[in-house]
Design a protein around this ligand. Structure first.
Ligand code: FES
Length: 133
């Protein structure tokens, strides 16, 4: 009897190959409790809107992208931190006041998703501070 070898499908979030729908990019998120989630978001929306509104994951985005609250603080993977456009001085000022900042910290509302960001990897901090309060 012959036995066919069936390749195992990768069930992990974001295998290194991106495969999203045209006009959308795949976003890979590690949530506060370590759960990995992946979803597709339209090109042109910012990363905060993608995480909060498209995927409906836990992200406050209290100022709705006006860059005053800091509640959209995320950590990018090192590789993606180097690929996305750099933070400007205003964003860095908000990050300076944020909790548990790391070398790859960014404000998700300041990252507009482009077609070359397919497979972007993001981790949500366990704690964020709302700087408007
Ligand atoms: S949503 Fe408020 S700083 Fe990004």
């Amino acid at each position: 009897m012959f036995r066919l070898a069936v390749p195992r499908l990768a069930a992990l979030c974001c295998a290194r190959r991106a495969y999203s729908t045209p006009g959308k990019v795949k976003v890979c998120v590690t949530t506060q409790d370590g759960t990995q989630a992946e979803f597709e978001a339209p090109v042109g929306v910012n990363l905060m809107t993608a995480v909060r509104d498209v995927a409906q994951l836990e992200m406050q985005g209290a100022c709705d992208g006006c860059m005053v609250c800091g509640t959209c603080h995320v950590y990018l993977s090192k590789a993606w931190y180097e690929k996305v456009p750099e933070a400007d001085d205003d964003e860095l000022d908000i990050l300076d006041k944020s909790l548990e900042v790391q070398d790859t910290s960014r404000l998700a509302c300041q990252i507009n998703l482009t077609s070359d960001m397919d497979g972007i990897e993001v981790t949500l901090p366990k704690k964020v501070a709302n700087l408007m309060m």
